[in-house]
Design a protein around this ligand. Sequence first.
Ligand code: NAP
Length: 485
Amino acid sequence: MVSRVIPVDPFDLVIFGGTGDLARRKILPGLFRRFCAGQIPDAAAIIAAARSPHSVDEYRALTADAIREFSGVALCNDDRLQAFLKRLDYVPIDARGIDGWAALAARLSPDRVHAFYFSVGPGLFADLAERIHLHGMASPDCRIVVEKPFGHDLASARDLNATLAAHFDEGQIYRIDHYLGKETVQNLMAIRFGNMLFEPLWNSQYVDHIQVTVAETVGVGGRGEYYDRAGAMRDMMQNHLMQLLCLIAMEPPAKFDPDAVRDEKLKVIRALDPVEPHHIVRGQYEALDGEHPGYREAVNQPRSTTESYVAMKVHISNWRWAGTPFYLRTGKRLVARSSVINVMFKDAPHSIFGPEAGRHANLLSIRLQPNEGITLQVTIKEPGPGGMRLVDVPLDMTFAEALGPEGEDPPDAYERLIMDVIRGNQTLFMRGDEVEAAWAWTDPIIAGWQARGEVPKPYDSGSVGPGDADLLMKRDHREWRGIKP
Ligand code: NAP
C-alpha cells in the first residue's frame, strides 16, 4: 500500500534542547525521515538551540551521528543526509540568559510558520515562552510545542498554563503526549468511529471490562532524579494512560477536529470517580540477581517510597460506562515491553451448547507496541468430529502484514506530531483544560498515599508486577491479559 505524502509549506522549526537526548533519538531522526519521504521542502529551516557552544558544522556532524544511529539504516542514504544537514542551523542560547536571542530572531524567515519546540527540562518552559515573546518572535501564527511533564500537580500545571497563556493563544500551544501520535492509538478512533461493527457494542451493556497495560522492561535509567520525584502515577498514568482511557471511553465527536475531540476527552476525565484506596496497587521493583539494580539503588534513594508500578480499577460515572470497570496498569522492569488495550465483552446471555461447552467471551485486543495491530477473539466450533466443542480463535490483523511496507515502518509518533504542528492541527495534542482536569483527578490519589504514609509493594524485576495487582483482578473474578511471566 502506497501512502500519500503531502508536502508542507516551507517553515522554520526551532528546537530548544537540540543537543539533548530527545532531539538526538526522536526529533532529528524523525525530521530526517519526513525529509526522505518528501514531506519537508528544501526551503524549510531547522534551527537548534542549546547552551553548548557548537558551530553549525559541529552541530551538523553531531546530528549526522544521531541520524545514523537512530533513524533506520535503509534511510541513511548519504546524499539525502547531506541535503538534510544543509537545512540545519545552530544558535547557542541559554534559556535564562540574554545572549543568542537576537541572533535567533534574525534567522527566522518572514511569512512562514515558526514553530518552537521546547525539548528542554520543564523548569525552562516558562523562561522560553517569556523570551520568545520578549524578543518579538511570538507572532500570532507561531506555535510552541511543550514536552512532558506538563506540571507536577494541578497548581503547577495551572501556573504553567497561565504563563503560556500570557504570551500565546491556546490555539498556538501544542502540549505533546507522544502516545497520541502512535499509529494504533489513532487507529483506535478509526476502529471505533469508522466501523458500524463495534460502536453499538461499545458500552456497559456489552462490555464486561476494559484493561489498559503499558509495561516496560527498562528501569529508570538515567532519569532517576526526575523519576523519583514523579513516580509511575505522574510519569505515565496522569498523561499516557489517561489519554488512552479518554480515547477508548469518549463519546463520538461530531467531527475529527481538535476541539470536538478534546471536548469529548475532557468529559471522560470529568466523569471519572475518585479511586478507592483499595482499588490501587503501587509497586517498586527489586534487583534481579545482581544483573540490574533495584529501584532504590537506581535512584540512589535507599528509603524512596516512589512507585515504579501502579495498577488501579477506575469507574466512569456516565450513561455509557456505569458498571463497567476500567483496569489500568503501568510499570517498569516488567517481564515484557507491551502496550495493549483489551476490551473484554460479556459472555453470551445464554449458551445453547450446554455447560460443558464452557464460557467464552469476545476479546478485542489493540496492541500499541510492539507488533502494532488488532486481534478479535471469536468463538468457533473446534474442528473435527465428536460433538459441539467450542474454542476461541484470534482474527488477527498485524499492521505490518496487512498494510505492506508502509505498515512495516509506520511514521514514528514524533514524526507525525511534528508534522501536525507545522500543519497547524491540534487534534492529537492536549488542551490546557484537559491537562488540568487530569491533574485534578490525580492529585487526591497521591495526597492520599502521602497522608496514609503508604509504601509501595516490592516486586521482582522481570516479573508481571506485585502480586496484589493480580488480587485486584481476582477479587472481581477477572485476570490481567497482555503480559505473561
Ligand atoms: P536532556 O538530554 O537533558 O537535554 C536537555 C537539553 O536542554 C540539552 O540540549 C541541553 O543542552 C538543553 N539545555 C539545558 N539547559 C539549558 C538552558 N539553560 N538553556 C538552553 N538549553 C538548555 O533532556 P531530554 O531527555 O532531551 O528531554 C528534553 C525534554 O523532553 C524534557 O522535558 C523531558 O521531560 C522530555 N521528554 C524526553 C523524553 C526522552 O526520551 N528523552 C521522552 C519524553 C519527554 P545544553 O546543556 O547544551 O544547554
